[in-house]
Every structure is written in C-alpha cells, then in structure tokens.
Design a protein around this ligand. Structure first.
Ligand code: S3P
Length: 171
C-alpha cells in the first residue's frame, strides 16, 4: 500500500511521514524534495524563477510518476498538491493508495508557519496578523480537496509518536 499524507503547510506532513515510514518499515518519499532534487533548486527558487504554474505542472507530473511505481512507500505531498489539476482525483482513483489528511486549525498553523516563512513562497514576508487572515481564507478554499482524503486525523496537541500510532491503526 502507498500511504499519502496531505494537509496545509505546517501541518507536519513531512515529519509524520518520515516517522510513519520507519514504523511501517516502508521507504519515505517527499514530493517537494523529489522536485527539488530533479531541478537542482529549492521550491522557493523554482517559484521565483519559473513561476507557480510551472511548479504546479511539475508537481502533478511527479505525483503521477510516483503513484505509478510498483513499490510501496509513505509519501508526503506539498500543501497545495491535492488542490490543483486532477491530482486529488488521481490519488482517489489509483489502486493501492490510501490518503490521510492531517488537519490543524488556523491558530496552530499560524504559530507554526510564522517561523521559516522564507522557504514557503506563498506566505513569505507576511506579518502574523496578515498570515492568520491569509491562512484562514486559503484553508477554507482548500478544505474541500483535503476532506476527500480516505482518513482525517486531527493533529492538535498530539506528539509525532501519537500521530504515527493513530495512523498505523487505520490500516
Ligand atoms: C505549497 C506548499 C509547500 C510547497 C510549495 C507550495 C502550497 O509544501 O509545495 O511551497 O501550495 O501549500 P509544504 O506543505 O510542505 O510546505
């Protein structure tokens, strides 16, 4: 089985996916990292130099390639991956893929994302107040995509270990 973790930026997808892969003894893959490795540039550089549309097309292409692999793995998506093109439909329709939405509230996401904004081009340079308003609206738009995941896990107040146990029990 391929397990796909999705959710807003700052919801802990990469950290939880890495720990889950160790627990399940499966390889760990990270969609953003695959793109960065292939293009030899960070996500922020790709956005700045080639633009978001180029990034979204690349993201979709890599998602398709990864999910078509024979091997199983735990995959962490970028926060926007389920919301562009037909990506969520592809995730839903690919055999052997189970998706998990790591759900966090706006206040939590804001406090996690206020640090390290520079690596995330969509939120770079925003004040805390502005960031909270942006996340509130953005999450509202994205929620219908995230909620199509096979499972929803609330992350609030839980350690990585607790989340790994909770997700493991789903399968
Ligand atoms: C994005 C989230 C980022 C990265 C890019 C766009 C988004 O991934 O893919 O900056 O649209 O939410 P993380 O969710 O890992 O930060």
């Amino acid at each position: 089985m391929k397990i796909v973790l999705l959710g807003y930026m700052g919801s802990g997808k990469s950290t939880v996916a890495k720990a889950l892969s160790v627990r399940l003894n499966l390889p760990y893959r990270d969609l953003d990292q695959e793109i960065e490795k292939f293009l030899g540039a960070s996500v922020a550089e790709i956005f700045n130099q080639k633009g978001e549309i180029f990034y979204r097309k690349t993201e979709s292409k890599f998602l398709h390639e990864l999910l078509e692999y024979k091997e199983d793995f735990v995959l962490s998506l970028g926060g926007g991956t389920p919301c562009y093109g037909m990506n969520m439909k592809f995730i839903e329709q690919t055999e052997g893929v189970r998706s998990v939405y790591l759900k966090a509230n706006v206040a939590e996401l804001t406090s996690r994302l206020i640090k390290g904004q520079d690596q995330r081009p969509l939120i770079a340079g925003r004040s805390e107040e502005d960031l909270m308003e942006f996340i509130g609206k953005h999450l509202f738009e994205r929620m219908p995509f995230y909620e199509r995941a096979n499972h929803l896990v609330l992350i609030s107040g839980k350690s990585v270990e607790q989340l790994v146990e909770e997700i493991t029990a789903l399968f």
